[in-house]
Design a protein around this ligand. Structure first.
Ligand code: TRP
Ligand code: SF4
Length: 401
């Protein structure tokens, strides 16, 4: 079974080249290697945009079209919408009961965003809960990896703490003890005795080597005498004194992503007015690049410039091969080329990159039902997994009456 990857994006506007190079390109790659789940985080969008309902409504399916246009293949990955799966809200609620307030108040994005987006009123209960809702998104699919930018690391870390606490609180039910006993009964008595000794040495004396020995023993026994991998996982929880692993701790996945700044050299963002949309009109793309600021100290065509001071150079680093970069760099520092000359290969490369996106998007724009159907299929696939997890969660929390 392939490990599962899960990630989401908030539908707050048309996707731009920064989203493509910073995340989407990576998703397209991951879908070949992992059991990949990608979803529209519309509830997360509401935490900051609860006053603009049409922004979200307009962008949900448009964002899915951007994803597919960029190369996400609905036959390879599972695409769905968060709000179509109330199970996320149920897990969020259940986790909320035992999550200390301080854990959420201490998440660095919380205070940052409140200061950064001061024009919005973010002193809401929903906004404080943002990372916990994200934890529910991740844990409900037992995702092993979460491909996100480094700005989201603290959210993945919180998710891990929440999972650990949950397993600690609820993983040691009476049923767990009975299941462990049944699994242990499958082992030969001498192995069982050895395991019990290792467990005591670890739990009572903190002997980490004993834990390692015990785990090695379990690995060696798995698959023999009817002792299954699940049995091994149960007994491992017993060995560590941690209980059953109901929720799995995920890991952030930072594969190399390309940082493409905005037209002015700041982070690319629609709200800064420095973005190029993934499916922006070619004429518009050309006009935007031609207007793009360059090295402010290169005032006249005859002045030599310094690429290090120029946002166009950042674009060359993403879009040009070594030869073209050399040409731009030399031309700039010797005043051999003008800035419009320098920009032309960037314009060409962006238009070339966007061409297949526009073509692929066309059929979905002409036939919205097709997109709805893709999301429908993905949602049902996700629901099967989410339901199973919720069944386990309710079980261990003593809620399956
Ligand atoms: N917070 C993420 C972002 O702003 C979006 C998101 C919501 C997400 N739920 C998630 C990402 C679960 C990964 C996994 O980019
Ligand atoms: Fe920037 Fe190119 Fe002009 Fe140099 S020549 S300032 S790198 S646009």
């Amino acid at each position: 079974m392939r490990a599962r990857v899960l990630s989401g994006m908030r539908p707050t506007g048309a996707l731009h080249l920064g989203h493509y190079h910073g995340a989407l390109k990576n998703w397209v790659r991951l879908q070949h290697a992992y059991d990949s789940f990608f979803f529209v985080a519309d509830w997360h969008a509401l935490t900051t945009h609860y006053q603009d309902r049409d922004v979200i409504e307009r962008n949900v399916y448009d964002m899915v079209i951007d994803w597919i246009a960029a190369g996400l293949d609905p036959d390879l990955c599972t695409i769905f919408i968060q709000s179509r799966l109330p199970e996320h809200a149920e897990l969020f609620t259940l986790l909320a009961m035992g999550t200390p307030l301080g854990w959420l108040e201490r998440v660095p994005t919380y205070k940052d965003q409140i200061e950064h987006l001061s024009e919005r009123d973010l002193a809401t209960y929903g906004f404080l809960g943002y990372p916990l809702l994200q934890a529910a998104d991740i844990l409900i699919y037992k995702a092993a990896f979460v491909p996100v930018g480094e700005d989201q690391d603290s959210h993945v870390e919180l998710t891990r703490e929440v999972a650990r606490r949950f397993n600690h609180l609820y993983g040691r039910s009476p049923r767990f003890e009975a299941d462990v006993a049944a699994a242990l009964a499958k082992l030969p008595p001498e192995q069982r005795g050895l395991l019990e000794r290792q467990r005591r040495q670890f739990v009572q004396d903190g002997d980490v080597a004993a834990l390692g020995n015990g785990e090695a023993l379990l690995r060696a026994q798995a698959g023999r005498h009817g002792f299954t991998a699940e049995d091994a996982e149960l007994v491992q929880g017993h060995l560590k004194g941690s209980g059953r692993t109901v929720l799995h701790e995920p890991q952030a996945l930072h594969t190399e992503v390309t940082k493409l700044p905005g037209l002015d050299g700041q982070k690319m963002s629609k709200s800064y007015g420095n973005a190029i949309e993934m499916r922006e009109e070619p004429a518009q793309v050309e006009a935007k690049i031609r207007r793009m600021p360059t090295d402010p100290q290169r005032v006249r065509r005859t002045d030599a410039g310094d690429p290090a001071r120029c946002p166009v150079w950042q674009f060359h680093k993403v879009y040009s091969d070594a030869a073209a970069q050399q040409w731009a760099h030399d031309g700039c520092t010797t005043a051999g080329i003008g800035c419009l000359d320098c920009k032309q290969p960037v314009i060409d490369a962006i238009l070339r990159e966007q061409q297949p996106w526009r073509e692929r998007a066309e059929q979905y724009l002409a036939n919205p039902k097709q997109v709805h159907w893709i999301v429908e299929m993905g949602t049902e696939r996700a629901r099967t997994v989410a339901r199973q997890t919720m069944k386990d969660v309710r079980d261990v929390m003593g809620l399956s009456y």
